[in-house]
Write a protein that binds this ligand. Structure first.
Ligand SMILES: Nc1ncnc2c1ncn2[C@@H]1O[C@H](COP(=O)(O)OP(=O)(O)OP(=O)(O)O)[C@@H](O)[C@H]1O
Length: 271
């Protein structure tokens, strides 16, 4: 499949051309090489997982994609253009939203207000415009509320929309974080270990919501995950990292039968 071609998956979803490309990325922290010469692409509309054992470099890679880290070597290409070094907020403005492994919500604020903060990118009118031209600001406010309410409905969190986040159980907080990221209407949604710390039921719920988001909104999703099992049913393609290197890349079936991947997960010594 060429980078420009689209294809239809077995379950009838259309996967488009390449939207993001990591080319020969190397990232060091002092003497530690967290990522060594890794290349892979992300296609429009796909669910792309990056997996690997502890310390493999997954978080580092997610942080390169989201602009938190600038790699010493390599290039990030987005929508056909090489991305210059950017601040994380600039990357977010380009339509790349993320969630965090350790939930980063405003605990004292309600679910609704937390999700509203995800709309910052869409809020055009500044203070002056609001003062001079109330109509525009009001129209925007209505649009923002409508978009947020749609997401709240979609993720089935209506019942807790007024509840302060601090009072919610872990699994629901994760869902609120997903809602906030979605409120930005991202082209690419980055999920940092979305299932970490969840019980089986919460994992099943989160998997379903990730699939539904991808299906309903056509959002491209890249996620990192430690646990190989949970992503295999979810992902179209999987990158496998180990000790900062890419050791596998392909469909879940291809990756599952890759000997280097099996060895890495069984903890077989490497040279
Ligand atoms: N800020 C940092 N400073 C120094 N070394 C770091 C930093 N962040 C990561 N590393 C090192 O880079 C390597 C890759 O770490 P990274 O957190 O990216 O792996 P990971 O696959 O996400 O691991 P985990 O599954 O445990 O979260 C590790 O050796 C780690 O100690």
């Amino acid at each position: 499949m060429s980078a420009q071609e689209s294809y239809v998956t077995e379950d009838g979803r259309t996967i488009g051309p390449t939207v993001m490309e990591m080319k020969n990325i190397t990232l060091r922290f002092g003497g530690v090489k967290a990522i060594t010469d890794i290349s892979f692409d992300i296609r429009e509309g796909e669910i792309r997982a990056i997996i690997g054992p502890n310390g493999a470099g997954k978080s580092s890679m997610l942080n390169v994609i989201s602009g938190f880290y600038i790699p010493q070597d390599g290039e990030v290409w987005y929508k056909g253009e090489k991305r210059p070094p950017m601040k994380p907020y600039e990357v977010a403005q380009q339509g790349i939203a993320r969630t965090f492994q350790n939930i980063a919500l405003f605990e004292g604020m309600s679910v609704l207000d937390n999700v509203m903060t995800g709309r910052m990118r869409q809020m055009q009118s500044g203070m002056l415009a609001q003062a001079l031209w109330r109509g525009k600001a009001e129209k925007e406010e209505v649009e923002n509320r409508e978009a947020v309410e749609k997401i709240i409905d979609f993720l089935e969190i209506q019942a807790i929309r007024k509840t302060p986040v601090a009072r919610l159980p872990y699994g629901l907080k994760k869902r609120v974080e997903l809602a906030r990221a979605l409120a930005a209407e991202p082209s690419i949604l980055l999920l940092d270990e979305p299932m970490a710390g969840m019980n089986v039921e919460e994992k099943e719920d989160m998997s379903r919501f990730i699939l539904d988001v991808n299906d309903e909104f056509g959002t491209t999703i890249a996620l990192i995950e430690h646990d190989m099992g949970v992503v295999m049913d979810l992902s179209d393609r999987v990158v496998v990292m180990d000790y900062g290197k890419k050791i596998g890349d392909g469909t879940p079936d291809e990756v599952r039968s890759n000997q280097a991947v099996i060895d890495a997960y069984l903890g077989v010594a490497h040279d």
